[in-house]
Design a protein around this ligand. Sequence first.
Ligand code: FES
Length: 382
Amino acid sequence: MNASGSNCSESAVGPPLWLLAELTYRCPLQCPYCSNPVDFARQGEELSTAQWIEVFRQARAMGAAQLGFSGGEPLVRQDLVELIAAARDLGFYTNLITSGIGLTDAKVAAFAEAGLDHIQISFQAADEELNNLLAGSGKAYAQKVAMARSVKAHGYPMVLNFVTHRLNIDRIDEIIELCLELEADFVELATCQFYGWAELNRAGLLPSRAQMARAERITNEYREKLAAQNHPCKLIFVTPDYYEERPKACMNGWGSLFLDITPDGTALPCHSARQLPVAFPSVREHSLAHIWYESFGFNRFRGQDWMPEPCRSCDEKERDFGGCRCQAFMLTGDASNADPVCGKSMHHELILQARREAETVSATAETLQYRNEKASRLICRS
Ligand code: FES
């Protein structure tokens, strides 16, 4: 049933094209900007190998083409090679999103043999000390550098991801230099978005406007220099919602093409939706076709019928779908409100206030709340 109470037909809704398999919430690192739910410690048992493969089979039969393996840290799953091979046999384009911790040369070779198409490694910072402080591991930086080189040596395109924030963004030139040294082909310089643990730490992570402007200018200077050299490295700079003037078309629209399966089998239209006061179905109980086309959760914010003003009469609603439902919920307590990033939202002042605070706040790595099981358990209890 959709928000207006009618059944949703397959002809009106396209299939999920992109499946994200969050294989586990377990992770050896403790990044304070992790987008996993802060209450991950109370989530249920992980799906088995056979259950994951059945999810892949159903998604592929529905038309899904791309499958991302993520987490937590997906490398902690001992069946990762088996899952990759199964996805590949089904014809998926597969992508591993990893911190590189737990990776070895032998594993990269096994993943390549199993047919993995793409590996993305994330870094916390360009300097070893800050990287390891944010990651919570004294060995993280050296391991990431070694594994980035190994991925490249196995013939994969080098795809690096840096989450930038007020504690590392002033060294963006060093970040780009490291990427060039590692012969990166694609670099995502993604300024932190505020979901999960990042939302808890927003005051300490949101860069100031001057920091953002400087980072973007330096990135553009590097882009021009690289283009003049015909250099293959592509730099992708992602501005955080808090400095955008228009809301993003989150997930390209609710239940439009993105399907996320959490470690315990809960199906979500985005990685953060579990926090919403909406019931989401499990692959343990329902087929993916039922979940995608018929479930209340996937129809709740699909299309435009659910929209109140100002979205309902907005001439941009077909482009941005009212922005992000999770951000609307986190900031206003009501997921059907316009995303406060939008200047037409009656809650836009919350964004302006956060920007003002970012001009004056003094934060250090020590003041952040790090993501780990103990902290999650405490949050669950409070
Ligand atoms: Fe959930 Fe944007 S992250 S709708």
